[in-house]
Design a binder for this molecule. Structure first.
Ligand code: CA
Length: 252
């Protein structure tokens, strides 16, 4: 008889992975593979118990099967994202690009297409946890002109006005604000912000950029912060007419 590994709340020092998977054989195989690699684990076989577990147990990462019996995995992700920034890797049964894009847009950090091996699972988990830990070492506040991003709180203001941003919009704005004045290609944004190694979904970036523009109070025709460089990419800069140092002019 297989005994599930000790829940994370009883162990210390190892990343805790919460596995949401309805197939008991797959679930136990995942738990076994994770435990063998030193992770603490817990699991649930359906969306709502999993959501409860995620909020109660505060895992370091959630491995989320999209096909769950009670609530669709993407719905679980949306509910989770409303209250938590815990890293999430989604597992999809088939290599359906549209489904993967929807999951990433809903706030997933990465994805795996079933069947996947334990080594790949481990590598993805380590990469996602590394990125999550990275945020601790960076400056907590980014400023570009009148735009201020609070990285820890994941909030942004422009000219003192709060911006209502989706998780993806925040990630996009943050990626650009970390590289002020630098032209960033859509391919790079797809790879780094959307974690899409394949191209072909430039429209996704365009749509999010236009939403960001609206929230920044500007248009593509009259940009202040977001400047499109045709055929190359996009650049975030402080508006030229604003002088954030407030230095007096006309000095000798
Ligand atoms: Ca399933």
């Amino acid at each position: 008889m297989y005994v599930e590994p000790t829940p994370a709340r009883y162990r210390r020092g190892m990343p805790h992975i919460l596995v949401l998977e309805d197939d008991p054989q797959v679930r136990q195989a995942l738990l076994r593979a994770l435990a063998e690699r030193g992770y603490a684990t817990s699991s649930a076989g359906a969306g709502l118990p999993g959501l409860r577990e995620a909020l109660h147990d505060r895992p370091d990462l959630v491995l989320l099967d999209l096909g769950l019996p009670d609530v669709d995995g993407r719905e679980v992700l949306r509910m989770l994202r409303a209250v938590s920034r815990v890293p999430v890797i989604v597992a999809t049964a088939r290599d359906d690009e549209a489904e993967i894009v929807r999951a990433l847009d809903a706030g997933a950090d990465d994805y795996l297409v079933k069947p996947f091996g334990a080594a790949q699972l481990d590598a993805r988990i380590r990469a996602v946890l590394r990125r999550a830990a990275d945020t601790g070492g960076r400056p907590p506040v980014l400023r570009v002109g009148g735009l201020v991003l609070d990285i820890a709180a994941r909030t942004a203001t422009v000219d003192g006005r709060a911006m209502e941003l989706t998780p993806r919009e925040f990630d996009l704005l943050r990626y650009l604000a970390e590289r002020p004045g630098q032209v960033v290609s859509k391919r790079e944004l797809l790879a780094e912000v959307w974690r899409q190694p394949y191209g072909g979904a430039d429209k996704t970036v365009d749509v999010h950029l236009s939403w960001l523009r609206r929230k920044l109070g500007e248009t593509a025709q009259a940009p202040r912060y977001l400047h499109t460089v045709r055929g190359v990419g996009v650049r975030l800069t402080a508006p030229a007419t604003e002088d954030p140092t407030g230095s007096p002019g006309g000095a000798t």
